[in-house]
Every structure is written in structure tokens, then in C-alpha cells.
Design a protein around this ligand. Structure first.
Ligand SMILES: [Zn+2]
Length: 140
């Protein structure tokens, strides 16, 4: 079952849960919240209803083993991208070819350099700056 990546929220946070919670724990947290919200939902402000819908959505995703797995995977990918501060994506042909050192280079905004040897470009797509923590992604 596929679901839209857009408008993806932190479903765990909405349920007050964490990825390591067991299905039973997730369910308990959902039910507790759902009861709580359902209680006041009648005649309450729009945001209450909105909140109830969110809790329900969170449960639909986290309460199903398959969609939970997909969601966890997405979260991991997102975290991974966040760990690497991507400076920019650049095509190999836009980098400077350094004949002497047989390297493709690009100046970083910090004054340092990104460099990658011709042979490395075959299996490397992320290159770190030699002085700061920025990373560029090489598109082939
Ligand atoms: Zn740099």
C-alpha cells in the first residue's frame, strides 16, 4: 500500500509514540488519544476535529505493519539526508578537470575544495568538502 510522501507528518509524535513501540503499545496510545479527543470533539472548535483526523491518520499508517514499515524507511532516508548538509547538486562536466592531479575539482563557498578522482566518479555520488562539512552530489 503506497501513500503520499507529500504532507507527511510526524505520525509518531501525533500519537505520542516512538518507532520502537510495539503494535500493542501503539494501539493503546492511539485508543487513549482517540477516546480523549472524541469526548470533546462534539461542538468543539475546528482544531479539535482536525486533531482527531490527524490521530486517525497516524493510526492508519502506524497501525498497519506494511505502511508503518514504509513510513519508518522514509523517516530514515529523510534523517540521512539531513545528516549530510547538501551544498548543491552538480554535473560532473560542470566541475573543473585538473589534468595534473587527474581530479575533478569544485570550489566550496568556504574556500575549500571538493575533489574526486576520475576513477572514483564511477561509484561515488557524494563528495565532501576538504575543509568544511558541506557535501555535493554529483549527477551523472
Ligand atoms: Zn567547504
Amino acid at each position: 500500500m503506497a501513500f503520499e510522501r507529500i504532507n507527511q507528518k510526524d505520525w509518531y509524535k501525533i500519537l505520542g509514540a516512538k518507532p520502537s513501540d510495539s503494535p500493542a503499545e501503539l494501539k493503546r496510545k492511539y485508543q487513549k488519544l482517540a477516546l480523549l479527543e472524541a469526548d470533546v470533539a462534539a461542538g468543539e472548535a475546528e482544531e479539535r476535529v482536525q486533531r482527531f483526523i490527524e490521530i486517525d491518520q497516524a493510526w492508519k499508517i502506524l497501525g498497519n505493519e506494511q505502511t508503518k514499515k514504509e513510513y519508518d524507511l522514509q523517516q530514515r532516508e529523510d534523517n540521512l539526508t539531513k545528516e549530510w548538509p547538501l551544498h548543491e547538486q552538480i554535473y560532473l562536466e560542470d566541475m573543473c578537470w585538473n589534468e595534473d592531479e587527474q581530479l575533478y575539482t569544485l570550489s566550496c563557498r568556504c574556500g575549500g575544495n571538493y575533489s574526486v578522482s576520475k576513477s572514483e566518479t564511477k561509484d561515488v555520488s557524494l563528495v565532501c568538502c576538504d575543509t568544511c562539512s558541506l557535501v555535493i552530489e554529483i549527477l551523472q
